[in-house]
Design a protein around this ligand. Sequence first.
Ligand code: SF4
Ligand code: SF4
Length: 396
Amino acid sequence: MLTRTNQKNGEELSILGFGCMRFPMKGSGIDEPRSIAMIRNSIEKGVNYFDTAYFYHNGKSESLLGAALEGGYRERVKIATKLPPFMVTKLEGAKKILETQLTKLRTNYIDYYLLHMLSDKPTFDRMESIGVIEWMEQLKKEGTIRNIGFSFHGSKSDFEELIRAYPWDFCQIQYNYLDENNQATKSGLELAHSLGIPVVIMEPLRGGRLVNQLPDEVLKEFRKCDKSKTPAEWALRWIWNHPGVNVVLSGMGNEAQIEENVRIAGDAEPDSLTEAELGMFDRVKAILLEKTKIPCTACGYCMPCPFGVNIPGCFSAYNDKYLLNDRRNRFKYFQTLGVLSKQPAFASLCTECGKCESHCPQNIQIRKELKTVKKEMEGIIFRPVVKIARKLMKIT
Ligand code: SF4
Ligand code: SF4
């Protein structure tokens, strides 16, 4: 297992991290003995970074990880878990959540603590205003939290603002060869790296869709380049090829995935892909782009929208619906466009002012396309449902 050094604190982190949101199931619950065995086996093979969250597996992921790390395993690994800002309206609430997390994880410290889905500056400001940031800093001084970070699913401009807003110890972004120009983007990754901030990658396989739902033309390109490599291997190698990446999380749901990922992580050095392999990825990306409904490259030239629409984010979620046959496309749309954040960015916020269109190098009729996105992704029950959800979560 290769490691890369955390440039902030000198820790050697395995380049493969275990994402604890896809444990094998038995009936309606986690298959506990099997999941525990998988976690311990991965530790024996060199994995030392485990990423969970307060509500993964309906709140059971942290408990399972805590149980798996009993018997001397805890000291061998780093635990990352997350505080969900959308569930926190008062500091007391945050304190209770952390207390529960420590109990579930059977530990008295969290190595890497993240604000979960912190995707815009106003949410950070809200956390700061109710004292959460100061409290986390105090916990860091006391050793209860070792590193403070955030996980991100917003737009490139929001990422740039957030990464500069605070001296983060690390950050976690969605990144893969399909998302090179989406969400934080490649330039966001490089910005974090240039600021000396370690980057953890999530969704390297887009929840498995870069493995199971690729068009035949893409599979042919992969095979032509090297028959022995699977789509998962290509996707992971592409990410590890970036020197700015510290850890890649994989939600490993069975033993075979651990075997395969550990094998790849044994020699995936930065800058190790050949010119021919990088050329193959260019062709793969071109094929996927050609299949997209709206030819948005997520360049961001049309942004910011004065009414808060995340234009590339809306188009990306809509394109995925067709490109990857993703059944969770609506959920993703709600999640990435901030259903629970202070500043939602949905297509329906477009007032058709037209300010954006002249900036688009792809000549996309943004207003017309946003109407399509609104119709297909939001539907008629969207607004009332969002209103109720936000009211319940006390988000104004
Ligand atoms: S046309 Fe719509 S998306 Fe474009 S800037 Fe105006 S409100 Fe924003
Ligand atoms: S300018 Fe055009 S291509 Fe670029 S992000 Fe906006 S809509 Fe997409």
